[in-house]
Design a protein around this ligand. Structure first.
Ligand SMILES: Nc1nc2c(ncn2[C@@H]2O[C@H](COP(=O)(O)OP(=O)(O)OP(=O)(O)O)[C@@H](O)[C@H]2O)c(=O)[nH]1
Ligand SMILES: [Mg+2]
Length: 322
């Protein structure tokens, strides 16, 4: 039987021959199917078109996905606090991570060496603090997931090169990225996160002169800056203390009656935590039956008798009585 096909059908047939992508072919074939007359005599042609469509759809499914989205890295939180190391390209972020932790990030004398976040654990006295090395802050290249990681940290360590002539431009651009990430507030020098400002590469001769330029522009905005050499491990002990202080945490050691305190595993708590809040963390029963706590402070033998609302301090030793 002869099938009477409308002229648009033949136009589409011509288009189909020129179509380059599978998607285009499918869409043209579907159009052809919709415009052709549906009756007994066209059944064969309909079936042919349908089988072509399903063949192309199958090809499409089997095609390797070339434009795979790169997975967003996730960092598992560990230790007593989390610090994000961020800043302009080539400032020494990865070098610093390698000096403060056992991590072995790639270090290069060219910008944008670091492509993925690298965590490492820093020992600070008897606790561990997680540091995360991140790709440098650039308006053009930094991906949004860097912002997600930085926003989740407890504080940021902003590391810049204090020996480079382009210090002001570099800091300016990084700050714009932090603004884009909603970490810096718009049109003000305020941040919704604690920032530790660190100038690196003090071992290089130009650093003394350039440090003055930095102070001229930023001393009224940034009250405290720590100057280090990551490469030569200069001032890293001071920096570690600042990192610990930025977390605003305290360590409290517990003891049971008649036994020495457990000095190995302190509880790390937010500054301002009360005795009863620690009791609740240790065991719910302690809250119900709490009578008082015996507390030792400042490494003296003097015993403090503390009630529920007594505010704990770093390095307190506590014995809870129920
Ligand atoms: N002189 C000197 N060079 C340093 C210091 N810290 C890092 N460098 C050098 O600076 C270059 C960049 O160091 P990286 O640690 O890779 O810097 P980064 O900030 O991680 O760089 P990106 O990941 O590319 O943003 C390397 O050649 C380091 O050896 C320092 O304190 N003094
Ligand atoms: Mg790096």
């Amino acid at each position: 039987m002869v099938v009477n096909l409308p002229p648009q059908f033949h136009e589409k047939e011509a288009e189909l021959k020129k179509a380059k992508t599978i998607e285009e072919k499918i869409s043209i074939l579907e159009e052809m199917l919709s415009i052709m007359p549906k009756h007994k005599s066209s059944e064969k042609l309909q079936a042919l078109l349908k089988s072509k469509i399903s063949k192309y759809k199958k090809m499409l499914e089997e095609q390797p996905k070339t434009k795979k989205k790169s997975p967003v890295p996730i960092i598992q939180r560990e230790g007593s606090g989390q610090i994000g190391i961020c800043g302009p390209p080539n400032s020494g972020k990865s070098t610093l991570l390698s000096k403060l932790t056992k991590a072995t990030p790639e270090i290069g004398d060219y910008p944008f060496t670091t492509k993925i976040p690298i965590p490492g654990m820093m020992d600070y006295q008897d606790i561990k603090i997680q540091l995360i090395d991140t790709p440098s802050l650039s308006l053009e290249f930094t991906e949004n997931w860097v912002g997600d990681i930085l926003r989740k940290t407890d504080a940021l360590l902003f590391l810049f090169d204090i020996s480079t002539d382009s210090i002001l431009e570099e800091i300016e651009e990084s700050l714009k990225v932090l603004e884009k990430f909603k970490i810096k507030l718009e049109n003000s020098f305020e941040f919704n996160k604690k920032i530790i400002w660190v100038g690196n590469k003090i071992d290089l001769p130009r650093s003394n002169e350039i440090k003055e330029i930095f102070y001229e522009f930023y001393s009224d905005k940034i009250p405290e800056i720590i100057i280090i050499s990551a490469l030569k491990s200069e001032n890293l002990d001071i920096l570690k203390e600042k990192i610990f202080n930025s977390l605003e945490i305290i360590r409290v050691y517990t003891k049971t009656q008649g036994k020495p305190p457990d000095l190995e595993n302190p509880y790390t708590l937010k500054k301002g935590t009360k005795v009863i809040e620690l009791a609740e963390i240790i065991h719910k029963e302690f809250v119900k039956n709490f009578k008082y706590a015996r507390l030792w402070r400042d490494e003296t033998d003097k015993v403090i008798i503390a009630g529920r609302d007594y505010v704990l301090q770093d390095k307190d030793i506590i014995e809870i009585h129920v």
